[in-house]
Design a protein around this ligand. Structure first.
Ligand code: FAD
Ligand code: N01
Length: 535
């Protein structure tokens, strides 16, 4: 079976970092594969999210593939946190280096994937009219690839241009001389607002929920630092794989904020704040994400920093998050976000208090006020984790639709497979650490595990491998139990599906840790894929 024919060993949906590495590994293992990608080139997230200020918030040296020592030695990152163009160049370099594009069909969206019991294969159709059958179907569709524009009435009447950060025009946007409105203050808003403010004549930020954000302290990487990292790469990568969140942090502390002396706590938080990393504060004590009182100590520490940075006390209070514990919505790393609100050309509007009523021909109207705007930016996020999967009509055994199966929220075994959907795999799917980790580490772990799994099935001459309903139930209970032990399910976050009206409220990722999860997956494999049936 070879690519080019209508029946292949495997079909991969998506050519971001997941789909690219999956293609490479499947080829190495001797499987013929074809990738379908809706975008016109590789890179996924980094192909679509071209808004000003877009960059990673995991350090570049760690936010990169580790599978090939030559690749990690030859690639040169220039900044501590690489920009979107640099990460996209990296994705292109990988595609060229491993000759990936010859098996990728771009500008093609997979619309349906139906399991055919008789032939024991997946039948996949696309918006370009392709129909392909494949034994294995691998969803590398991403967790944050379905951009979400809010259900505000009147957008069709707006006479100016509007943009979503996750679908930014390739040619860029020049806001010079314009009155711009940005809706949304998550990571995308927090990264783009400072740069839009510098360019626009006037910027109005429409904020529903203030967010915790820490200074990134981004800087060019020095040759000495890069040399040292590269020399240490084997240990550095292993440390990341064996950590809770996929970065080389070392052993987590067991000390508790609630038992610490206030001065000592302050000192430790200051040191964490200075680090300029996503986990600088949350790693200071073991109880911050499980105990509300402990969390309040770090939350208040951040609010104090905001009050120091923002000159106008009323604006500072509006920016200081008080409605969710620190870390229960994904925290942000920023460059000059809070100080942007000291600029004369920037205004902050609290749309929780004064909700957006409609978009008008010339701007936006809240319940109380009309704002004249030349351009609108939606930094309103994504239908996360399940959105890209349920965007495809996936049907398993007996024609049962995944949309039906997941009507009450996603249910999977290990976040990688779904009972009733044989030979289907989801990379960084709901029920795996995924978005709570350095995604490169989680992507590589899933891809390697899936390739071993399908190789095992092939070696056993099995045509199907499928999670059992019992194993899935046990896993889902475990995922929920671990989440309930933390404060994370208490926030209205996209982890909970809360940003999409009508979406079931379920904590979707697995918070047990990348290290623990890897061990569980390895144990399952070592026990001949316990919890799966082969036929
Ligand atoms: P994606 O990169 O999302 O790729 C999925 C691809 O599948 C997309 O190109 C999409 O077009 C395609 N696709 C989806 N559905 C279909 C379909 N039906 N048919 C055809 N093609 C389809 N993670 C980190 O760990 N660190 C970071 O610093 C970080 N920064 C981020 C910054 C931004 C702005 C965003 C949005 C996310 C960030 N993430 C970060 C998460 C990021 O999504 C992952 O790190 C990683 O890039 C995901 O790769 P992926 O291949 O799994 O998914
Ligand atoms: O999206 P978000 P994002 N009216 O969902 C608001 C990754 N990422 O694109 O909180 C008014 O976080 C919404 O308000 P609320 C990262 O994993 C990483 O910013 O729902 N406001 C919120 O403020 C991140 O977590 C980086 O009340 C509305 C904002 O829009 C994930 O992607 C950079 C609204 C959406 O925030 C998503 O981030 C970018 C409405 N109707 C992304 N609807 C890095 O730094 C929504 N909002 C690496």
């Amino acid at each position: 079976m070879h690519a080019g024919s209508d029946r292949l060993d495997s079909v991969i949906v998506g050519a971001g970092f997941s789909g690219m590495y999956m293609l490479h590994r499947l080829r190495q293992a001797g499987f013929a594969a074809r990738v379908y990608e809706a975008g016109s080139d590789v890179g996924g997230t980094w192909f679509w999210n071209r808004y000003p200020g877009a960059r990673c918030d995991i350090e570049s040296m760690d936010y990169s593939y580790s599978f090939d020592p030559e690749l990690e030695q030859e690639w040169e990152w220039t900044e501590r946190y690489a920009t979107q163009p640099e990460i996209l160049r990296y994705a292109n370099h990988v595609a060229d280096r491993y000759d990936l594009r010859r098996d990728v069909q771009f500008d093609t969206r997979v619309e349906t994937a139906w399991w055919d019991d008789g032939q024991a294969c997946w039948i996949v159709t696309t918006d370009a009219g392709d129909q392909l059958t494949a034994q294995f179907c691998i969803m590398a569709v991403g967790c944050l690839s379905t951009a979400k524009t809010p259900e505000v009435p009147g957008l069709d009447r707006f006479e100016g241009p509007w943009y979503h950060t996750g679908r930014w025009p390739h040619e860029g946007v020049d806001f010079t001389g314009q009155r711009v409105g940005v809706i949304g203050t998550g990571s995308s808003g927090i990264q783009s607002i400072p740069l839009i403010a510098e360019q626009a004549e006037h910027l109005t930020v429409f904020q529903r929920t203030p967010n915790f954000s820490m200074p990134a302290r981004n800087a060019p990487l020095t040759p000495d630092f890069v040399e040292q990292c590269k020399a240490d790469y084997p240990e550095r990568r292993e440390l990341a794989r064996r950590s809770r969140v996929g970065v080389p942090l070392g052993v987590p502390t067991e000390e508790l904020a609630t038992q610490a002396d206030a001065d000592e706590r302050e000192q430790r938080f200051c040191a964490g704040w200075e680090k300029g990393t996503l986990f600088g504060l949350s790693a200071t004590y073991a109880d911050l994400l499980i105990d509300k009182a402990a969390n309040e100590t770090v939350a208040e520490f951040v609010r104090q920093r905001i009050r120091e940075i923002v000159h106008d006390p009323e604006t500072a209070e509006m920016l200081a998050p008080k409605d969710h514990p620190f870390g229960t919505k994904r925290p942000c790393l920023d460059t000059g976000y809070f100080s942007t609100f000291n600029r004369d050309n920037v205004a902050l509007v609290n749309v929780r208090k004064d909700p957006i009523a409609e978009i008008t021909a010339h701007g936006l109207r809240t319940a109380d006020t009309e704002y004249d705007l030349d351009a609108l930016v939606f930094a309103t996020g994504f239908d996360a984790m399940t959105g890209p999967l349920l965007g495809i009509d996936i049907r398993g055994r007996n024609g049962v639709a995944l949309r039906e199966r997941w009507a009450e929220g996603p249910r999977s075994y290990l976040g990688v497979s779904v009972a009733g959907f044989p030979n289907l795999f989801t990379i960084t799917g709901p029920g795996s650490p995924s978005v709570l980790s350095n995604m490169m580490v989680s992507i590589e772990q899933h891809v390697d595990w899936i390739v071993d799994c399908v190789t095992f099935a092939r070696d056993r001459r099995s045509t199907t491998i499928e999670a059992t309903a019992e194993a899935q139930d046990v896993w889902v209970d475990h995922v929920n139990e671990v989440a309930a032990f933390t404060l994370l399910p208490t926030a209205n976050s996209w982890y909970m599906g809360a940003n999409v009206p009508g979406k079931p409220r379920v904590f979707m990722p697995y918070i047990g840790g990348v290290d623990v999860y890897r061990q569980i997956c390895d144990d399952v494999a070592a026990k001949d894929y316990e919890g799966f049936t082969l036929a």
